[in-house]
Design a protein. Structure first.
Length: 167
């Protein structure tokens, strides 16, 4: 949260010739009643809804790819969910990008926003602890001192390199 996911994903999609921006959080917000908000230490229902959200965004990404679009999926995917999500997306190549700015940058960005992601048990330290448990696959990018354009440039350089391919 406050890593720049929405802005970077949108700008990345805008720089590609045929692209769709798939916002994973939209699937959470579609649940009108009975929504179980994700929080540290997920309950069974929170886990079930989070997995549903991931499955739906992967299916939508594959649908866009099948129609000739590059799907830029934006979401928070932590721990063992990251490699599992990469397997859910059937389209290849699949590129994983993790935006990982420094803690003080996350806190400052969150303070400047109209919305806050750090609620319901989430704090910057809690998020970073979860991130520390996440397998280091794909490109991990500390975008603390980068502009949005510089971040997108680095992502595009990565996805066009041999290192950017996820099996």
């Amino acid at each position: 949260m406050a890593a720049g996911k929405s802005t970077v994903a949108q700008r990345l999609a805008e720089r590609l010739p045929r692209a769709a921006h798939v916002r994973g959080d939209a699937f959470r917000r579609m649940i009108v009643t009975g929504r179980a908000e994700p929080a540290p230490g997920l309950s069974t229902e929170q886990r079930r809804q989070l997995e549903l959200r991931y499955r739906l965004s992967a299916q939508v990404a594959d649908g866009y790819a099948a129609a000739g679009f590059t799907a830029v999926v934006q979401d928070i995917i932590l721990n063992t969910d990251l490699p599992a999500y990469a397997k859910m997306v059937l389209t290849r190549p699949c590129h994983l990008i993790v935006l990982a700015p420094r803690a003080e940058v996350l806190a400052a960005r969150d303070a400047r926003r109209d919305k806050t992601g750090y609620r319901g048990g989430w704090t910057v330290p809690a998020m970073l602890a979860e991130l520390d448990e996440t397998p280091r696959i794909g490109l991990w990018l500390d975008n603390s001192d980068l502009t949005v354009e510089q971040t997108v440039d680095q992502i595009l350089a990565y996805v066009t390199s041999p290192a950017g391919r996820t099996p």
